[in-house]
Design a binder for this molecule. Structure first.
Ligand code: PLP
Ligand code: SF4
Length: 348
C-alpha cells in the first residue's frame, strides 16, 4: 500500500509542460534550467501559490537566471571536501551532518545543495550509510548528528526506523537532530505513525524550514502539533531571500506565527553563495536591519540567530546589530530604542 503522501508526490509538477498547463502560460524557456536543476512542485505547495511571482512561486518555480550565475560556487560550504565518508560532512568537532536521501518534497530554487539534490549526482543507499555509521562509531567526539539530505522525512517509515535504530545503537551519539522541510512543503507526511516512530528515539530534535507566513497553514500547524505532541522540540531555520522575505514585516510575522505553531525560531540565514541562487541573495545589512527591528521590540522567543555560513566551509558565524559603543571600566551601550545606557564593568 502506497501511503497517501507518496501518492500526492507522484502528482507533482516536474516539467515545463505541466507547469504551462497549470498556469496557462508557455514555460518552455525553463527546460534547460530544469535539466540542470530539477523541479518538483507537489500539489499541496502548488495550492499555496496565489499568483505568478509571489513569494511561494519564487521558491518553487525555476528562473532562467539560475543558469546565468557567474558569481557563486557549486559547493559553497565545501561540503564535498569535508566529507570523510560519502554523505557525512564533518566540519565541527562535536557534530556531523549526515545526508540520508537525495529526495525532497519540493526542490527549492535557492537550495545550497542544488548541485546534487534530486539528481543522480547524489547517491545514497544502505551500504553507503553503513560507512557513515562506522565513522560515527569510531569518532566518539561526535555527540550530535544532524540528519539531513535532501529531506530525511521522504524516506519510508521502514527506512527511517532502520536509520534511527542504527544511530541510536552508537553510544557516543547523544543527540539526533532531523532537518526537514516536510512540515512546510508536505505536512501530510507527518502522520500519527511517523510521530510515534520518532518518539522512540529521544532526545530527538527537529529543525524545520519555513520562509514565509503564507506557508503557515492549518495543515502545517497540524503536522507541528503532532511532532510537538510526541515531545519533539521544534526549531526553524529561515533563509533570507530577495523578493520572498527580505523585509522586517514579513520576518516578524513569520517568527510570530512559528511560535503559534510551537516552533522556536533558531537561525535566520544569510543566503549562501550557491551557484544558481545568486538572484536570491540580499546584502548583509538587510539582515542586520531586520534583526534590529526584532530585538527588544518583540519577545526574545521570536528572535533567531542571524548567521552567515562562511563560503569555503568556515562554518556558521553569528551576526548581530551592534549595541556596544565602548568597552572599558565602563561599558557604553545603546538599547533597542537607541537610548544610551552604561554598565559598570569594574568589579573592585
Ligand atoms: C549547520 C551545520 C551543523 C549544525 O550546526 P549548529 O550550529 O549546531 O546548528 C553541523 N555540521 C554542518 C556541516 C553544518 O553545516
Ligand atoms: S527541502 Fe531543503 S534540501 Fe530540499 S531542496 Fe529545499 S532547501 Fe534543499
Amino acid at each position: 500500500m502506497i501511503p497517501p503522501w507518496q501518492r500526492l508526490l507522484t502528482r507533482s509538477i516536474t516539467t515545463p509542460e505541466q507547469l504551462g498547463r497549470h498556469f496557462g502560460h508557455d514555460f518552455s524557456v525553463l527546460a534547460p534550467v530544469i535539466e540542470q536543476f530539477p523541479m518538483r512542485i507537489n500539489p499541496y505547495y502548488l495550492g499555496l501559490i496565489k499568483a505568478p511571482g509571489d513569494p511561494l512561486w519564487r521558491q518553487a518555480v525555476p528562473d532562467p537566471r539560475e543558469l546565468d550565475d557567474r558569481v557563486c560556487l557549486v559547493d559553497p560550504l565545501d561540503e564535498e571536501n569535508r566529507s570523510p565518508v560519502e554523505n557525512l560532512v564533518h566540519t565541527y568537532p562535536d557534530r556531523a551532518l549526515f545526508l540520508v536521501t537525495n529526495q525532497c518534497a519540493m526542490y527549492c530554487r535557492f537550495c545550497t545543495r542544488k548541485r546534487k539534490v534530486g539528481t543522480p549526482r547524489m547517491l545514497v543507499n544502505r551500504g553507503i550509510m553503513q560507512e557513515a555509521f562506522a565513522y560515527l562509531r569510531k569518532n566518539k567526539q561526535i555527540r550530535d548528528v544532524l540528519v539531513s539530505g535532501g529531506d530525511p522525512l521522504l524516506l519510508s517509515d521502514e527506512t527511517l526506523v532502520w536509520l534511527l535504530d542504527n544511530l541510536r545503537a552508537i553510544p557516543s551519539v547523544q543527540i539526533i537532530r532531523i532537518g526537514s522541510r516536510v512540515p512546510c512543503t508536505l505536512p501530510m507526511r507527518v502522520t500519527t505513525r511517523l510521530a510515534a516512530i520518532l518518539k522512540r528515539y529521544h532526545p530527538l530534535y527537529l529543525n524545520t524550514h519555513f520562509n514565509h507566513p503564507d506557508e503557515i497553514t492549518p495543515e502545517a500547524a497540524k503536522a507541528c502539533a503532532r511532532l510537538a505532541g510526541a515531545g519533539i522540540p521544534l526549531g526553524n531555520q529561515t533563509v533570507l531571500l530577495r523578493g520572498v522575505n527580505d523585509n522586517a514585516a514579513t520576518i516578524t510575522e513569520l517568527m510570530h506565527r512559528l511560535l503559534m505553531i510551537r516552533v522556536k525560531p533558531y537561525y535566520l540565514f544569510q543566503g549562501d553563495m550557491t551557484r544558481g541562487a545568486n538572484h536570491f541573495r540580499t546584502r548583509v545589512e538587510t539582515g542586520l536591519e531586520i534583526m534590529r527591528t526584532l530585538i527588544g521590540h518583540t519577545s526574545g522567543l521570536a528572535v533567531p540567530t542571524f548567521a552567515v555560513d562562511a563560503p569555503g566551509g568556515g562554518g556558521k558565524i553569528p551576526l548581530s546589530p551592534n549595541y556596544l559603543t565602548s568597552l572599558g571600566k565602563t561599558v557604553s551601550l545603546t538599547n533597542y530604542l537607541g537610548a544610551p545606557c552604561s554598565y559598570h564593568n569594574d568589579l573592585d
